[in-house]
Design a binder for this molecule. Structure first.
Ligand SMILES: NC(=O)c1ccc[n+]([C@@H]2O[C@H](COP(=O)([O-])OP(=O)(O)OC[C@H]3O[C@@H](n4cnc5c(N)ncnc54)[C@H](OP(=O)(O)O)[C@@H]3O)[C@@H](O)[C@H]2O)c1
Length: 259
């Protein structure tokens, strides 16, 4: 179900930073605005798309901010977080969406492929999380919680398929980062991870490839941004007792093919 209906909500005066997201992140921004949250989003190359999303956020009557950042660069990640603090005075939650996904078969894999995948899928969320956590720790808490971090991983990092070696290694590192940060930042900051399977078919997916994915998914469908984002909303406003947890949102794909 897409994010369409307006609901005033429990995140009023909460400031949430989403890193990127032409697809899942854009839907999350609207849902957060409908819950009353102030929403900041970073963009790397998709300036127009993110500015459009922020305009939609502001049309809900809440403040928004679009920030340019190459999050693989630590100083740009720090600067993006600082811009949010300068504008809104605090940061309640960081949602690490930014990622890079492409096929990298072993036969043609280059060292550069590895470096780019680790940079976008592991270093970028790391830089954003460290920068955000340092600010969060300095701010007054709400019900004892100073901040929340949600990382977007991938179900396949724990049941790898072929031809995506550096991407899957980076997402696996993100799982360890989630656990280590949860330990490091407790009891002040809650850290969790969501591991989706296919959410909306990516551009270029053939009908045969889609059929194969469906056959490998016990629930016999692919996910929607709402399947992921309803869980993110729960982690941001529905609990103060979840940290270091990783949630697969995969239609059961991790379990393997259904009979
Ligand atoms: N969609 C799925 O089927 C699926 C499946 C499994 C896991 N996931 C995970 O769920 C999350 C959201 O997925 P999605 O499909 O919504 O992602 P997406 O639309 O591909 O968005 C990824 C974002 O990452 C940003 N990005 C890439 N490199 C960056 C950099 N160096 N600095 C800053 N930002 C950078 C891009 O920004 P610009 O566009 O501005 O360049 C883009 O908006 C991702 O972490 C993904 O790995 C998604």
């Amino acid at each position: 179900m897409p994010a369409t209906t307006s609901q005033a909500g429990g995140l009023r005066d909460h400031v949430v930073l989403i890193t990127g997201g032409r697809r899942v992140g854009g839907d999350l921004a609207i849902r957060l605005a409908q819950r009353g949250a102030t929403v900041a989003m970073t963009y790397f190359t998709s300036r127009a798309a993110i500015e459009q999303t922020i305009a939609t956020v502001e049309a809900q009557g809440v403040p928004g901010l679009a920030v340019a950042a190459d999050l693989t660069r630590s100083e740009q990640a720090q600067d993006a977080v600082r811009q949010v603090i300068d504008r809104f005075g605090r940061l309640d939650a960081l949602v690490n969406m930014a990622s890079l996904y492409r096929r990298t078969p072993l036969a043609t894999l280059s060292a550069r492929d590895f470096e780019e995948m680790i940079a976008a899928n592991l270093a970028a969320p790391y830089h954003a999380a460290v920068a955000a956590a340092r600010w969060m720790l300095e701010q007054p808490g709400r019900d004892g919680i100073k901040g929340r971090i949600v990382n977007l991983g991938d179900w396949a990092s724990e049941r790898p398929y072929k031809d995506y070696l550096p991407y899957l290694i980076a997402k696996g590192g993100l799982t360890t980062m989630t656990l280590a940060l949860a330990r490091e930042l407790a009891p002040h900051i809650l850290v969790a991870m969501i591991q989706p399977a296919m959410i909306d078919p990516p551009a270029g997916l053939t009908p045969d490839e889609l059929e194969t994915v469906l056959a490998q998914t016990p629930l016999r469908r692919i996910g929607s941004p709402g399947d992921v984002n309803r869980l993110i909303l729960y982690l941001l406003e529905g609990t103060n007792f979840v940290t270091g947890a990783c949630f697969r949102v995969d239609g059961g794909r991790f379990l393997g093919e259904a009979p």
